[in-house]
Design a protein around this ligand. Sequence first.
Ligand code: BV8
Ligand code: ZN
Length: 249
Amino acid sequence: MPIDFDPYTFEILSNAKHVVILTGAGISSESGIPTFRGEEGLWQKFRPEELANFNAFMDNPKLVSEWYNYRRNIINKVKPNAAHHTLVEFESVFPYITVITQNVDGLHQKAGSSHVIELHGNIYRNYCIECGKRYDYVKLDTRNGAPACEECSGLIRPDVVWFGETLPMDAIQDAQQHAASADVMFSVGTSAVVYPAADLPRAAKTHDAYLIEINPEPTDISMIADETIHNKAGEALPVLLKQYKAWLD
Ligand code: BV8
Ligand code: ZN
């Protein structure tokens, strides 16, 4: 099915100073990382409350640590895809680009995006829950379950935001400020069911941003979006840039 963007969207983009892109697991799925809620999604096999929360970690640090190792081993083997790369190209087309991601895979930074806000942390960063000592994943001996801190032998956990935990203050405040000052916001590859991230497209709309959703499936955001493209991000974003450049000529 050919992807055709509304020329009105190009007009809006041509006057946009600040373009903000909110991303979720869907943008990394074409790289080979399973989403959470998709068919092969992580939540099909594992339940979030069983793994992605602090009590689960304290109850069974080995299980939770192995789950994050399992995910790191997947992420280690993949590369950013055309969607990630197109967002890097956006930086030379639009005056100011901000990527706000729920993903902990670091693929936006790996692709070269220069302004990325990680709302839910990063799976390669870790820290001791007792003394706070920070650990980069590669230095961690994760063979026997949850690694112990060399300073105080406290448990070391991934620096990600678990359910029931508040987001890093600077990240969420930054994200809310950028959403409120966006001329255009893209919501790419997110089911928009996890809060407070899912509030950001609504906050942008409240501040008169033009909202574009890119997702093969409809979401709660679809009804407030100005344009909805039901396609894969790795196909739709390169087409958008190509059509926009042609429109500019
Ligand atoms: C908090 C890190 C203070 C860890 C994650 C208000 C209302 C209801 C509930 C709440 C609320 N406020 C707070 C809550 C509780 C909770 C919440 O939102 N629960 C939900 C489930 C209802 N929120 C929290 O706990 C947050 N903390 O609020 O603290 C507080 C505390 C207690 C009570 C009140 C306040 C912390 C949330 C962060 C949790 N950590 N990740 C880890 O990764 O291990 S969330 C994790 O799941 C991801 O980061 C992401 O945010 C979310 C998954 O969503 P998506 O990324 O969108 O992925 P999903 O699979 O769902 O969808 C993929 C989409 O892509 C689909 O739509 C699909 O169609 C599409 N797609 C597929 N392929 C493609 C594609 N799109 C484009 N191209 C493709 N190729
Ligand atoms: Zn320690």
